[in-house]
Design a protein. Structure first.
Length: 127
């Protein structure tokens, strides 16, 4: 149930942005072993004046997720995202900056405002 935010400067082709979105989401689902329909993702485009990142970065991906994944799983996630994006020719690996925000399950209100630590998840967190 991660929440994914992709931030870029305006100017990318709409079709290319949608391909990036799908590639990133597919990478997250695969790496974190999520159900295929567990997709919560958004793209935010900024005017050139409102998006400045140190070279070579052109894309910021922020993923908020439940606490509990191992370092190896996180590393696999990072590599899968950048490899998949580069393989479809839309951005170079070095141009992608990824940050994870991990939160305890009790900090997520889901399925009608129930704390996530009180429900049966459809996936494992400790991978």
């Amino acid at each position: 149930m991660p929440l994914i935010k992709i931030e870029v400067s305006e100017g990318f082709d709409r079709y290319d942005l949608l391909k990036k979105r799908d590639s990133i989401m597919d990478s997250v689902v695969e790496s974190l072993q999520l159900p295929p329909d567990d997709r919560n993702i958004r793209i935010i485009e900024y005017t050139q004046d409102f998006f400045a990142m140190k070279n070579p970065y052109k894309m910021l991906i922020e993923i908020s997720l439940f606490l509990g994944r191992t370092k190896e799983t996180k590393k696999r996630l990072f590599q899968t995202i950048v490899n998949n994006l580069e393989s479809i020719g839309l951005i170079k690996k070095a141009e992608v900056f990824i940050i994870l925000n991990e939160q305890p399950l009790a900090n997520w209100g889901v399925r009608g405002g129930i704390p996530a630590d009180e429900i049966n998840l459809d996936f494992k967190v400790e991978i």
